[in-house]
Design a protein around this ligand. Structure first.
Ligand code: HEM
Length: 535
């Protein structure tokens, strides 16, 4: 009922805005409108000349509805299209292992014990489209957006802790080989293993992928990792190399191929469903955040390069040190607005965190924000899921879908420097981190490539059941490949581990001969894997 002292457009002496005046009471059903705010009187019939048609073209409510529907999709992510997301928080321990974290990084989110930072996490599969089965053998994306007081930090990682290749220029080729054939639109092991057998650096991650670790049981029971090597720096500007890890409190669970097939027969959304339902019933998934630290130099004592993302850092030499925990406790309200439009990038860091010289990481850093400007739009950072949870002031203006102007006090000033009340630079939180870089510009692979060492170690550390599953999965796929590809693969695997190669050769009915090794060695030499041996 309206206030008797007013004309009906004010309440308690306060003049109502048009929005307030038309907002339904809590017990009223909201009226259907167009996006222009026009009430919709008939949502069942288009306007026609007589009830048999024809239709007329001035029918705005129909045109708005149908043309918006025509545009409901934005381009899928070119990789990692199938995903599920959730909100939560990160809680810092204030320490890294037994030491104060400030010894290594000044990043504010880590400093204080118990300090909470909101996060949004998106898990994903890599190769297939937005509604493909979640039981497929694939790395799982593990992307975390921390909304810190210093702005956003994105940690865009995977469940497997290594990657297939180590130079960003190879990424489109690797992905093309694993995506469906451009003619048949069917994924083809002959294409995948053609690339893999000619790229010995892939052996370590292939060994992970074809083991049960290549099909995590769901998103709550899997690890995460930044994979690439990053850096931390402290108040003095001193840096160290860092690897990031997420360890699920609920433990790791993986599936055999047979178990995955059984799930897929009845449910191809099982991982999204598992995550959503667990959060809805209050069983919040939790991970501990751990790091490995290495001094920032070449570490010539190691038989691999610390910047090589195809390698793990041995935990006995570089222990896993806890720095905090992450809890996911809120489901998205709208899948499209939050999960589909979420945009992560490896370049999105805060003070105290930095890149390493890892050239793969630098290649990634261009790629993410570039694809998001194409996929979501130039103003993707204005969307609620992507914008920082702090005041943002820039001189960036306009572009498609500008939603607001993040300006300073004087709207006439969109440049810097200015004497007229424009935005000003701020000082840094400590001494700058200024790594020294020197060298010839070259096109060369890193020196310590060691393509087989950790792949063999991985095989030997698997349980017998994991070994059996790995061999069976590889044999099943390689049986569909040309003989030359089979021979090259056997040659590589024999050099990873004699038993590993022998078992795959036996499964394929091939002789595990020195000839296969020679063929594989030639491939590795052509790929430059042995170009510079370690002294
Ligand atoms: C040079 C190598 C790589 C390139 C060029 C690359 C490129 C891309 C691109 C273009 C996307 C789609 C992003 C979007 O549309 O929002 C993407 C997604 C993703 N990539 Fe990579 N990627 C590379 C390597 C890696 C590696 C090594 C990892 C793991 C550490 C990784 C993890 C992810 C994840 C988790 C997503 C999904 C992010 C999300 O949930 O939105 N990528 N990548």
């Amino acid at each position: 009922m309206s206030d008797p002292n007013t004309n009906g457009n004010s309440k308690n002496g306060h003049e109502l805005t048009p929005e307030e005046a038309t907002r339904p009471a809590a017990n009223e059903q909201p009226p259907l409108t167009t996006r222009q705010g026009h009430p919709v009187h008939d949502n069942q019939n288009t306007r026609t000349v007589g009830n048999r048609g024809p239709t007329t073209l001035e029918n705005y409510p129909f045109l708005e509805k149908i043309t918006h529907f025509d545009r409901e999709r934005i381009p899928e992510r070119v990789v990692h299209a199938r995903g599920a997301g959730a909100h939560g928080y990160f809680e810092a321990y204030g320490t890294v292992g037994d030491e104060p974290v400030s010894k290594y990084t000044r990043a504010k989110l880590f400093q204080e014990q118990g300090k909470r930072t909101p996060v949004f996490v998106r898990f994903s599969t890599v190769i297939h489209g937005g509604t493909s089965p979640e039981t497929l053998r694939d790395p799982r994306g593990f992307a975390v957006k921390f909304y810190t007081e210093d702005g956003n930090w994105d940690l865009v990682g995977n469940n497997l802790k290594t990657f297939f290749i180590r130079d960003a220029i190879k990424f489109p080729d690797f992905i093309h080989a694993f995506k469906p054939d451009p003619v048949t639109n069917i994924q083809d092991p002959n294409r995948q293993f053609d690339f893999v057998s000619l790229s010995p650096e892939t052996m370590h991650t292939i060994t992970w992928l074809f083991s049960p670790w290549g099909i995590p049981a769901n998103y709550r029971h899997m690890e995460g990792s930044g994979v690439n090597t990053y850096k931390w720096y402290n108040a003095e500007g001193e840096g160290v190399l860092i690897k990031y890890h997420w360890v699920p409190k609920a433990g790791v669970k993986n599936l055999t191929q047979e178990e995955a097939n059984a799930i897929q027969a009845t449910n191809f959304n099982h991982a999204t469903q598992d995550l959503f339902e667990a959060i809805a019933r209050g069983d919040y998934p939790e991970w501990e955040f751990q790091v490995q630290i290495m001094s920032d130099d070449e570490h010539s004592e190691l038989d691999f390069d610390p910047l090589d993302d195809t390698k793990l850092w041995p935990v006995d030499q570089f222990p896993m040190l806890p720095v905090g925990r992450m809890v996911l406790d809120r489901n998205p309200v709208n899948y499209f607005a939050e999960v589909e439009q979420a945009s992560f990038g490896t370049g999105v860091l805060v003070d105290g965190l930095d890149f390493s010289d890892d050239k793969m990481l630098q290649g990634r850093t261009l790629s993410y924000s570039d694809t998001q400007r194409h996929r979501v739009g130039a103003n993707y950072l204005q969307l609620p899921i992507n914008r920082a949870k702090k005041e943002v002031y820039t001189n960036q203006r306009d572009g498609q879908m500008t939603y607001y102007v993040d300006q300073g006090p004087n709207p006439h000033v969109n440049y810097e420097p200015s004497s007229r009340g424009g935005l000003v630079e701020t000082s840094q939180g400590g001494k700058p981190h200024t790594p020294y870089v020197q060298g010839n510009l070259v096109r060369e692979a890193i020196e310590r490539k060691n393509p087989y060492g950790q792949a063999g170690e991985r095989y030997r550390t698997f349980t017998q059941a994991e070994k059996n599953e790995l061999v069976s999965n590889l044999v099943g796929n390689l049986k569909k490949c040309n003989p030359d590809i089979q021979e090259r693969m056997v040659g590589h695997l024999l050099q990873c581990d004699q038993e590993y190669g022998q078992r795959v050769a036996d499964g394929l009915g091939l002789a595990a001969t020195g000839e296969a090794v020679a063929v594989a060695r030639e491939v590795a030499e052509q790929a430059g894997e042995f170009a510079v041996e370690r002294s």
